[in-house]
Design a protein around this ligand. Structure first.
Ligand code: CUA
Length: 353
């Protein structure tokens, strides 16, 4: 009974695999699989997929040859009553030399481009590179754009903006455990290591939004540590940078929900952990919120940045992201925020364009 079922499921598994391959190679590949390594958007990603393909095709060739020969030999020299014993090859020098040299040759064919790729993907930073510092947090990403040395550094979170056609030089750090920066279409991965500076250099080609993800296990919410790389035209990037450099927008109408929200945010629980430039908020624990309203997502890329999600996040962040350092602030927690207060804070944060 069991073997019949196993036999029936084999063609089904093969069909599923074929479907998967067909889907993977389809035209809307990237929209279906936004973190695909098969759609390189930089030279670095191209070098990496080139190596992958070389190894894959060599592996397929070796596999076909080995199993083909094995099948042939098993059939050709199968047991037949009365047949003489086949010729024995133990100690055959020609065979021994052949199957020692052939794998060595294959390894060399893989090793030479691999070593070249290691050097090609770790170049010295070009003089015209845009420098961005990336700091791995638990569990989100901080991005710092040094301006005027370090005096007016622009800080943002979870969405890294870059121009196309200019090399991007990421300096990677962690202030806690290991993380790994990985936006597959840009290339990578590269680790963020405590007490060490790591580097990643690539040049985005096409404007667009590229999905990324922490690729090194870093604790409870590792799988919820996502990011987006937004590649702009050079003009679009400058506009974004100029807007980020400006202090937070102040509410015009002092009786509005936005103004009430500002008071609650600046004087309340948020101030200890977040910065909003232009206000007295100086907390360095959590993400910089100066232009929070412009971000597409919140909670390191796992939620769309809309009023409902933001309210849910403020109400009880650890329920959405296990282990989150942001505590539960509403939802009936003692001395917590009321729903009305949360709605004011949401209105204020969304106004921060
Ligand atoms: Cu950070 Cu995994």
């Amino acid at each position: 009974m069991k073997s019949v079922r196993a036999r029936a499921s084999l063609p089904r598994a093969a069909a599923a695999l074929l479907l998967l391959l067909a889907a993977a190679c389809g035209e809307d590949h990237v929209s279906r699989y936004p973190q695909s390594t098969f759609a390189p958007g930089t030279e670095m990603a191209e070098i990496q997929i080139g190596l992958f393909n070389l190894t894959l095709y060599l592996g397929i060739a070796v596999g076909l040859l080995t199993f083909g020969l094995l099948g042939y030999i098993m059939w050709r020299f199968r047991y037949q009553p009365g047949a003489p014993e086949p010729q024995q090859v133990h100690g055959n020098t020609t065979l021994e030399v052949t199957w020692t040299l052939l794998p060595a040759l294959i390894v060399a064919v893989i090793a030479i481009p691999t070593v070249k790729a290691i050097f090609d993907t770790q170049p010295d930073p070009p003089a015209n590179a845009l420098e961005v510092r990336v700091i791995g947090k638990q569990w989100w990403w901080e991005f710092q754009y040094p301006v005027n040395g370090d005096r007016d550094t622009i800080v943002t979170a979870n969405e890294i903006h870059v121009p196309v056609g200019q090399p991007v030089h990421l300096k990677l750090y962690s202030d806690n455990v290991l993380h790994s920066f990985w936006v597959p279409q840009m290339g990578g991965k590269r680790d963020l290591i405590t007490n060490r500076e790591n580097h990643l250099i690539f040049t985005p080609r096409e404007p667009g939004v590229y999905m990324g993800q922490c690729a090194e296990f870093c604790g409870d919410s590792h799988a919820l540590m996502q990011m987006r790389l937004i590649a702009h035209t050079p003009e679009g990037f400058l506009q974004w940078l100029q807007n980020e450099a400006s202090p937070a927008i102040e509410p015009v109408d002092s009786a509005s929900a936005v103004a009430l929200g500002r008071t609650l945010t600046v004087q309340g629980a948020c101030a200890g952990c977040h910065v909003i430039r232009g206000t007295p908020m100086l907390g360095r624990q959590g993400p910089d919120l100066t232009h929070f309203g412009r971000r597409r997502t919140l909670a390191a890329g796992i939620l769309e940045n809309d009023a409902e999600n933001l309210a849910a996040w403020i109400r009880n962040a650890p329920a959405i992201k296990p282990g989150s350092l942001m505590p539960q602030l509403g939802g009936g927690v003692p001395n917590g925020l009321t729903e009305e207060q949360i709605s004011y804070i949401v209105a204020y944060l969304q106004s921060l364009q």
